[in-house]
Design a protein around this ligand. Sequence first.
Ligand code: TRP
Length: 338
Amino acid sequence: MDKKILLTGDRPTGRLHIGHFVGSLKNRVKLQNEGSYQNFIMIADMQALTDNARDPEKIKNSLFQVALDYLAVGIDPSKSTIFVQSQVPALNELTMIYLNLVSVSRLERNPTVKAEIKQKAFGQSVPAGFFIYPVSQAADITAFKASVVPVGEDQEPMIEQTREIVRSFNNIYQKDILVEPEGYFPEKGQGRIPGLDGNAKMSKSLNNCIYLSDSEEDIKKKVMSMYTDPEHIHVEDPGKVEGNTVFTYLDIFAEDKDHVAELKEQYRQGGLGDVKIKKYLNDVLQDVLRPIRERREAFEKDPKAVYEVLEQGSKAANLVAEKTLQEVRDAMGINYFK
Ligand code: TRP
């Protein structure tokens, strides 16, 4: 039987952080190693350029960083095709074709894009390419006929919009060529970590991230600076566990759930200091991140090999996407000279 197809990716605008790790990377590695999918992992540099047109150098550097992060967490080029979006031209043509199936007002209603436009403070100057990136994302997914898309929950509206485009295309051109994808999300409460400052989102612009590439000292310093319970001043004071970032991280990363439960109990009663819980969290995080960092450092020493992975991956991805594009053109009857 043909394997189901999985496609996913990230915008390269910096190094990846532990929010990416729990939000999507962990699931991608898990699904990859289950062996029941054909995996395509894409570095979405074209999408990153939609709001970084003046800084292609940043995207180029980030592309390499994200490739290292992928390899470091265990995306394995012998099991997954890792490729670069801009090196697969069929994706752009599919985007143009799909743009005619989507209204401007529908794009305006995409909640993720709406939130990003607000957050990035574009004002009246939203780049048109940024505004339509959900359509280019639909091209990414459908070019590979992916049925599974492991991403963070914030990407759900993109998958919904892709499904609409697929239905619309198949319906208008009366061909069952494109495949409706499903999102694959982390378990409840496991996929979203707040920033070090307690902000709901970990994001580079807020400077509240722990990166997969952070050194042991960076991690320790960051953990020690974390937001806890502002009213927990003296060790003997009873403290709050809900909304306390240290406990939120422990719930996600600590394996010894019983120990975390004990710590919570003690913290609530009073008598457990912030330094102690932070030290424990530091130990837990160091254990998770050490092997990732070590693998990352090894790959970093051989950039040629990393680019080779991307080049081979992009070649393989090209063949698949080009084939879908020709099917799409055939279905529309616009391959005039064939
Ligand atoms: N939008 C994703 C991000 O913000 C990146 C992305 C582009 C993507 N195309 C995709 C994710 C297709 C999944 C499937 O990082």
